[in-house]
Design a protein around this ligand. Sequence first.
Ligand SMILES: Cc1ncc(COP(=O)(O)O)c(C=O)c1O
Length: 450
Amino acid sequence: MTASTASLAATSATALGRGGNMAPVERDEIADAKALLPGGVLGGNALPEDLRFVYSHGAGPRFWDASGNEYIDYVLGSGTLFLGHAPQAIAKAVADQAARGLHFFAYLNEPAVVLARRLQPLLPCAERIRFTTSGSESTFHAIRLARGFTGKSKILKFEGAYHGTHDYAQLSTSPKTLANFPSPVPDTAGIPREVQDLMLVAPYNDIDTFASLIAEHAHELAAVIVEPIQRIISPVPGFLEAVRELTAKHGVVMILDEVVTGFRYALGGAQEYFGITPDLATYGKIIGGGLPVGAVAGRADIMDQADPGKKGTPAYVYQNGTLQGHMLGSAAGLATLDVLEQPGVYTNVFAMADKLRAGLQEVFDRHDMGITVFGEGPMWHALFSDKVPQNYRDTAATDLKKLAAFECEMFRNGIFLLPNNRRFISITHTDAELEQTFAAADRACRTFKN
Ligand SMILES: Cc1ncc(COP(=O)(O)O)c(C=O)c1O
């Protein structure tokens, strides 16, 4: 911890949350954002008007808004900040690299080559690696590689899975109306009907339906893309194994979307954790330590279609990006691996997450809230339900409006959760944060009015 982050952390004894404190500077920033940015936000998520804030700085598991109010963070840059906010090791690696050069493009640079060298033995499917700059780019390019390799066009995804922002991904991610399988439902305007016709949707964790869909459509299916833990829903025993076995049997590429699970469940991600080796795997989030880095890794015969030496031939699949192989991102990725390779890191964060789930469940039960806290490893969630969901429809059947209202009440008490989104925990969360979280949850239960 640097001197400045140490002094920031030392302020954590103060009350969490805004508590009515909004400085003029933050009020002005929120007003300007409203005038300048669609919806007054930077992307696809907006908090209710009265809860909006502007992030100022963070340290470990905590951050502060522009008025100086302190929060405990379970959103963690949408799961990117597994090492917490402002980790010293990454800040130093990025500063050192910045002094030597920011970005190069094309050909080779040292940090990117060293990162590929470090990653290859960790990721079971990685005979080859191609860097991108986001998870969405990774899934988009994996899909193109699968189509090039098989000469087929259709892609099967699972209902409720999120694979990014491109047209092939924004289908049946969080459908408000439920269609019959395998018809997709667009999540956004702007997706051509023709793209929808190229996608099939199956229920997650349902081996029989998947088996019959893949058998029926194998002749036109290029790939199956699957989140190993779908959002927060764990695979039932045998599900990922069935996806692996049946894709191989039917000549369909299996893409394991490890954007969230990569480096979080083990250094080798879900592949190591579940013992499943796909044909291709996609990465984002932790791989770049908070900088915009993604990757596709996989079988040499599929990945080598992106060899520029094949340009102009039917065997070439175009994959490129101005900012890929970025040196700052690669330096941050290398520093991240240095931290994650320390003994005990995963055991500790898994134990802390178990403690968090158990403690929160105890608070909710004490208040008779009808909430089940669940999750596996360093991700967790809570639903107004008495059972753990196995697929999207189980989750959609719970009272998500009430949940979002309760999550806002948690935020009023200083616990940052993205409404209706699963939560993360970083390797910097300690008993102190957990105790404050339990106390905040207790207050939220007392004041929550549905
Ligand atoms: C499983 C999964 N795949 C892909 C993506 C897209 O990644 P990005 O937001 O970096 O484009 C996400 C983002 O949350 C994700 O959770």
